[in-house]
Design a protein around this ligand. Structure first.
Ligand code: SAH
Length: 413
């Protein structure tokens, strides 16, 4: 089937030739009549050479996104293939641990552009799928996508969490609700690296949970186990400040690795802390080892500093401070403030696990800001590891915009 053609301005085909999957309105010379928002167009260089088959939305700043670099039909079979390939790349998550239980049953099944499915995010949570649709073209195809997901994954239910403001740029309203099967329970139990965690697919943050921090949660446990092992037997218990704790995933991981570890979970949301408490109970954490503090991390860390309170490890996992590069400067001030305080709270040998999920702040810039905070705090530091999301959140090398989450594991001397 012939699709309307989109012609780029002369010389504007470079980014597409480098397999960047987005076309901005400013690069377009003209579009043939017949192009409908949400439909398919063939993107051509100024001289008419075919470059890519794309979805089109003339109402968005990103007018086209690549479906395929080939002249192939974008039909049901195309999505069947792409979704099956995405799932096959996650086969590692079907691994069974001791006792016949899966070690991890919550992971990202489809990660948008990196899985060659722009505008679609699908997360698997135990027997349920949570779907987020970010483009008009994907929204139009949602019933078909849901049908295919149901056939391929046999979930108990598919729930939509398209309640994100960015959809408005595509002319879409936020939407949530049941798409298939039964609704997930208000608190759904998942397993992550052997931890039992409750997630709220209905009202929880993101699509219900921060799946992108799975690997870092595991690593924090490992680092703390090593720290505990190298302490004298009569040393007091390790103390962890889990700032921006949400449902306390980092805390549970720490407690599993070092059962005697004291954990202070701090979050601005009472709902998050209620989940944190439930997760602690579910994993048999000794209640006298854990504290919960509701409030603003910026203020509470400052208070701890003034009180001279100290910790052996601090996790700083704040929400996104910058949506884009233009907001990077303000975001960096926020990171500097927080990390400066964290460095002051750490005992000698203490560990800082610090994260940024601001797409507008590059990993290099983030590291520079943290280095500056350490200097201002008067601390000598060692970078132990770069942290980031697991393999279920891949980034296309041609699409660095997909890389938003970065973290550093740092030891204070
Ligand atoms: N570490 C968590 C994810 C953290 S998401 C995990 O592993 O799952 C960021 C969290 O920061 C959210 O739970 C949000 O409620 C909280 N938050 C946002 N602003 C805050 C602030 N100023 N002070 C404390 N918590 C805040």
């Amino acid at each position: 089937m012939a699709h309307p053609k989109l012609f780029l301005k002369p010389g504007r085909e470079k980014s597409l030739r480098q397999r960047h999957p987005w076309i901005f309105s400013g690069a377009v010379a003209r579009v043939e009549t017949g192009a409908v928002d949400g439909g398919t167009v063939d993107c051509c260089a100024a001289d008419g050479t075919f470059l890519a088959r794309c979805c089109w939305n003339g109402a968005s700043q990103i007018v086209a996104r690549v479906w395929s670099w080939n002249d192939e039909p974008v039909d049901r079979a195309f999505f069947v293939r792409r979704l099956a390939e995405s799932a096959a790349r996650r086969a590692v998550f079907s691994r069974i641990g001791e006792g016949g239980r899966r070690l991890t049953n919550a992971f990202r099944l489809v990660n948008g552009e990196a899985d060659l499915l722009p505008g679609l995010v699908v997360d698997a949570y135990a027997d349920f799928l949570s779907v987020q649709v970010l483009t008009l073209a994907m929204a139009r195809r949602l019933p078909e996508i849901v049908e295919i997901l149901a056939e391929q994954s046999h979930p108990a239910g598919i729930w939509q969490r398209s309640d994100v403001e960015i959809r408005r740029k595509e002319g879409l309203e936020p939407e949530t609700g049941l798409l298939y099967g039964e609704a997930p329970p208000e608190r759904l139990e998942i397993v992550e690296n052997g931890m039992r965690l409750l997630v709220d697919l209905h009202g929880g943050q993101k699509t219900g949970f921060f799946l992108d921090q799975r690997e870092s949660r595991r690593l924090v446990g490992r680092f703390l186990a090593e720290a505990a092992a190298s302490r004298p037997p009569d040393a007091p218990p390790l103390e962890l400040l889990n700032a921006f704790s949400y449902s306390a995933g980092f805390g549970v991981s720490a407690a599993q690795a070092v059962p005697s570890c004291r954990v202070l979970n701090l979050d601005a949301s009472s709902g998050a802390l209620a989940l944190a408490k439930a997760n602690a109970e579910l994993n048999g954490v000794q209640s006298d080892c854990w504290e919960y503090l509701e409030g603003n991390a910026f203020e509470l860390l400052r208070k701890f500093r003034d009180q001279g309170r100290k910790f052996d490890a601090v996790v700083l996992d704040p929400p996104k401070f910058a949506q884009s590069k233009s907001q990077a400067e303000g975001a960096c001030r926020g990171y500097k403030d927080l990390n400066l305080l964290a460095f002051k709270l750490l005992r000698p040998g203490g560990l800082l696990f610090t994260f940024s999920c601001s797409g507008g702040v590059s990993p290099e810039l983030f590291q520079k800001v943290i280095a500056g905070a350490a200097v201002d705090a008067g601390r000598d530091t060692q970078l132990l590891a770069h942290l980031g999301p697991g393999q279920d959140h891949p980034v296309a090398l041609a699409f660095p915009e997909g890389e938003y989450l970065k973290g550093l594991a740092i030891r204070c001397l």
